[in-house]
Each structure stands twice: as structure tokens, then as C-alpha cells.
Design a protein around this ligand. Sequence first.
Ligand code: NAP
Length: 454
Amino acid sequence: MSIATINPATGETVKTFTPLTNAEIDAALSLADGAFKDYRQVSFEQRSKWMKNAANLLEENAETYAKIMTLEMGKPVTSAIAEVKKSASVCRFYAENAAQFLADVPAESDASNSFIAYEPLGAILAVMPWNFPFWQVFRFAAPALMAGNVGLLKHASNVPQCALAIGEIFQKAGFPEGVFQTLLVGSDKVAQIITDDRVKAGTLTGSEPAGASLASLAGQNIKKTVLELGGSDPFIVLETADLNAAVDAAVTARMLNNGQSCIAAKRFILISTIADEFESRMAEKFAALKIGDPMLPDTEVGPLATPGILKELHQQVQSCVQAGAKVLTGGQPLESLGNFYPPTILTQIPEGTPAYSEEFFGPVALIFRVNSLEEAITLANSTIFGLGASAWTTNRAEQERCIRELEAGAVFINGLVKSDPRLPFGGIKRSGYGRELSSQGIHEFVNIKTVWIK
Ligand code: NAP
């Protein structure tokens, strides 16, 4: 895959980039290794000042950065602006809380004094996806850098201008040279980087094969990894749900980022008593969404990021339809030079189709009907994924069962699944392991050092 900006709304190749040579990668790793030796000694106060500068730069230039994202991967510019601001918020969150999260913790033992200290590990490789090109990187970088680590970014090959802009932000914010570096490399160079002794750990957000590849290489070299992979999140609606709120949230949850979000609600599991009503309201709202040029502020659905994603999504839809699924709305790619796919709803989906086992990465809602909570939970859990789950009910007993029995890294009751710097984020099963955000996130890449003094 070449490293290039290709406008997904038009198919035009805007700019291509030359990947780093092996010698340049080697120099970058040496620079990171050297920078760590000094940076680990820098006070929290100083790191925090630089991190707040990064937040200011993001906020002051939100529109400029947002347009780069929209150009490279097609998200509506209004959501892109919100993403830049959210990236600033995670910088502020760790700037303000890192010292407290990583303060020594006293522990009772047979020593006269024993405690736990948290220390940085060194250079951490982050392999990142294109779908939230700023947010995904900042939610890695803010805790990693505040903990005293140094960051190496291998961003997705279709968002090189985002990758370079992020590198520049950390530099302009005042972080010393080598503390955060963008490496313009293809995925073929990830093995060389993660197995290098100067790199101490790795994190990957993306697909399962990519995650498995990074983690196995890291494992062979006894290095820790965090994986944030795919999801096929259930959105369960039960009899007592506020239907207006649930339908609105369902549309937002499925359409976020043109449907290309790991935590997008993908499977809508409806109790049969409310299913007709829910389906018709959802179909009406889907059909009314404004699809078009993502640079326009009122566009709600833009193009998919690449022609490959469009092709795969349509194949998944077609194989469900050929097996007997019904199309409530959408279902055919739009005629355009860009990668536009309309908001689509499938119902009456036969078992054994991709809807039951695969992630649909685009604006396609899959509707399933059930006759009991028991059935809803069984269906919700019947995938290889376990990222998020949303359940809608005002019945306390039903809420409790959903909270305890849904196999997911997060359960949201009467709300759509979202990320928040204050709450841990991550999955179970094949959605990955480890956590980002909150105090848990900053503890992933530190040496939890036991100190015992007599
Ligand atoms: P992808 O192909 O796995 O790409 C993600 C990153 O991994 C890119 O930087 C890519 O580089 C790199 N990569 C690809 N193959 C690799 C390999 N064999 N070894 C090492 N690195 C490799 O993922 P995608 O399809 O673009 O992204 C969508 C997926 O990400 C979805 O499944 C989505 O659910 C998941 N996602 C998860 C989360 C979460 O937090 N759980 C958040 C966002 C997205 P190149 O671009 O150079 O190929």
C-alpha cells in the first residue's frame, strides 16, 4: 500500500509520500532511545506545560486540522472539528491528572517502608488506524508522554498528512526532539521496528490480522502490547425503552464517522413488541440523512475511506440479501467517483450470513428480533467480538442483567457507547486487550516497580 492522500470523495490522488529508508528508521530509533534518557527525568510539571501547549494548538487550529482529516479519509468536517477538540481534551486530562495517577502508592509488607512506583518504559510504537486519525493518536500519546515514555507513530498509509501534522504539534508544543516522532512507513516495516531492542512495547488499533501480527512479533521478543481491534457492538432495545431517544441514538451510533467506528452500534436487537415501530422510525431517519461532500458543514454522511472498504461492505450486504435478508432502505453503492454508500438497513437476516459473524464497517444497520431478554443477551454475546454494548430499558432488573451478562469491555445503559478520557476503553475476546484512557490507560506502559526498604 503506497503512502498517499487520496480524496475519498473524488478518487483523486492529491499527494504521494516516500516512505522512510531503513537508515532513516534506524536514525529515528536512535533518536528516540537517546531522547528517552533525558525525557524520563523531566518533571510532571514541565511535561504538563508542553501537553497543555499541544491542547492549545489543537484548539486554535481545529478547522485546519479537521480539513486535513476530511480530505484524507472523508469524515464530515463538522465531526472532524469535534474530533480535534476531543483530542485537545485528552491532552488536558492527562496534563492535569498524570502526576496523581502515577504517584507512589504505599503498600504494607514486612519492610519498614514499602511502596509501588510507576516508571516509564522507553520508546513505544503506536500503529494507528485512519478512522479517527487524530483522536486515536492523541489518546495513545497523551498518557504515554505524560508517563515519561517517548512515542513512535506508524499511522495508516492513507492519512500521511494527519500523521505529519500530529508530529509537528508535539514539536511546536515544546517537547524535546525525539520525544514524539512520526515515521512514514508502510506496514511492512512494523516487524523491523517492534523487534528492535530500542523499542520497548507496542500498541495497535486496527484489524485483527494486524493486531495478531504485531502482538506475536512483540511476544517473541517479550514486549508488552495493547490491542484495540474490531467490534460488532449490540444495541438492545427492550419494552420499557424511551423509543424516541433510542431511535435517535441508534441513528447517531450507526452513522458516526460514516459508519466506520469500532464502537458503532452494528447489530440492533429489538424485542418483538416494539420492533415494527422502531424499524419504521429508524428507516425514516436513515432515508432523511444528508449524504454528500464531507467538506460541507451540513453533510451528515460522507464517503467511505477507501474503495476497498466500499467493496467489502457491499459484498457483505449482498451475501445477506442473497440469503434472504430484506433491505429496508439503501443497499446499493451510489453512482459517484467517490466511495459513497447510502445509509442501509437490513432486516429478517438469515442465520449463517456475515451479519452474524463479521464486522460491517460502514453505514449499514443490521436488525434482529427477539422474544425475550434471555434471547437478546444470547444473540448479543454470540460473536467473536466484545468491545461495547448498549442496552435500552428502564427496568432495573433488566439493566442489571445486561450489565453483568453482556460480554463487552463497556456496557452503556440508555446511552450510546462512546469514549471519554475519564473512563477506560478497550475490549475482550477478539476485540483486543488492555485499556486506553482514564487511570488504567496510563498504567499500561509503565514499569510497576515494587520498592522494599528495611
Ligand atoms: P488495519 O488494516 O489493521 O490498519 C490499521 C493499522 O495497522 C494501519 O496503520 C496499518 O498500516 C497497520 N497494519 C495493517 N496490517 C498490518 C500488519 N500486518 N502488521 C502491522 N501493521 C499493520 O485496520 P483498518 O481496516 O484500516 O481499520 C479498521 C479496523 O480498526 C476496524 O476493524 C475497526 O473496528 C478497528 N478499530 C478499532 C478501534 C478500537 O479502539 N478498538 C478503534 C478504531 C478502529 P497500513 O495503513 O500501512 O496498512
